[in-house]
Design a binder for this molecule. Structure first.
Ligand code: SF4
Length: 304
């Protein structure tokens, strides 16, 4: 059995990464927003998250991709808050309304170990970016307690290279979204600046660190798995995203093209001009078209 990367990192290196992560959190530069909030002094940035872990829920999850959920489930931990501001967020209560509770790094370490004891194939950190320092601190505690399953970094793709560099060798599986190919869409729908270029750079770095998705007995142990939620009326952006992944990441990328978009959250009340299609679901025709584009570019891993 291949050991997770974090078991091969020297302790002093791990400790240095934790220290550097805390340094990046106050003034905060953990994500590309670079709010510079003094989070250690109680200031809150865009993500409105303090320095302690804040989680909404945890448990084995069987709805992820086959190599992630496997037969025993993926050990998901849903973190409260988010560095993006998607008007259509499919988990709006967790990301925007901040449903959840603050816990300690020791509690979070216990959750990691509990998920391992339940037989989960991995620890799946959902929306982790703004909580990286606490996550690393908790991992150090859990490793001493016997943690030995891979870590999945399940992210919006809105990541800063400096923070990603602290995760090298610690994160086994990167599972980013690639949401939009047009900057204007990112601005209007997610309150981000320069999302496509930032996401592209993040994906390159994730692939450099972890490579293509590698499986053992059908279960992911390492690598990059990209998710793309097809948005209604925006298949031209899907095409650009697929082209980028095929030509600049790898044709062996595991790409999950998803059709479950529904108009959720704020978009139902305040839909920006020019985005009326976001008030409906994705049509079968749109979804089939995007899958065919992926096939055309040879991105067939992940197309079931
Ligand atoms: S992690 Fe939060 S506080 Fe830090 S830069 Fe990003 S949005 Fe701002």
């Amino acid at each position: 059995m291949t050991l997770p990367g974090y078991l091969t990192i020297p302790e002093n290196t791990f400790n240095a990464r934790i220290h550097a992560a805390w340094e990046r959190s106050s003034p905060c530069m953990l994500c590309p927003r670079q709010c510079m909030a003094l989070r250690k002094k109680g200031e809150l940035g865009f993500c409105r998250t303090g320095i302690h872990p804040h989680i909404a829920s945890y448990g084995p999850h069987f709805g992820e991709e086959g190599p992630i959920s496997g037969t025993r489930g993926s050990g998901t931990v849903f973190f409260t808050g988010c560095t993006m501001g998607c008007r259509f967020c499919q988990n709006y209560e967790i990301s925007h309304d901040r449903v959840g509770q603050e816990i300690t790094v020791h509690d979070l370490a216990d959750i990691f170990l509990y998920l391992q004891e339940r037989g989960c194939h991995n620890i799946n950190l959902v929306t982790p970016t703004h909580q990286v320092p606490a996550i690393l601190e908790s991992l150090r505690i859990a490793i001493k307690g016997g943690l030995q399953i891979p870590i999945v970094y399940n992210t919006s793709g809105y990541e800063s290279p400096g923070t990603l560099s602290l995760l090298e060798g610690i994160i086994d599986i990167y599972m980013p979204d690639f949401k939009f190919a047009d900057e204007e869409t990112g601005k209007n729908l997610s309150c981000t600046t320069n999302y496509p270029r930032i996401c592209e750079e993040a994906l390159r770095e994730m692939h450099r660190q972890a490579g293509d998705l590698t499986l053992e007995d059908g279960i992911a142990i390492r690598g990059l798995l990209i998710r793309h939620l097809v948005l209604p009326g925006r298949t031209s952006e899907s095409e650009k995203i697929i082209k980028f992944i095929a030509e600049q990441i790898s044709r062996d990328t595991w790409l999950n093209i998803m059709d479950q978009y529904r108009p959720a959250g704020e978009i139902r009340k305040t839909c920006p001009d020019g985005y009326a299609d976001m008030l409906r679901r994705v049509s079968d025709k749109e979804f089939v078209h995007v899958r065919k584009v992926a096939e055309k570019y040879g991105l067939v891993r992940g197309l079931e």
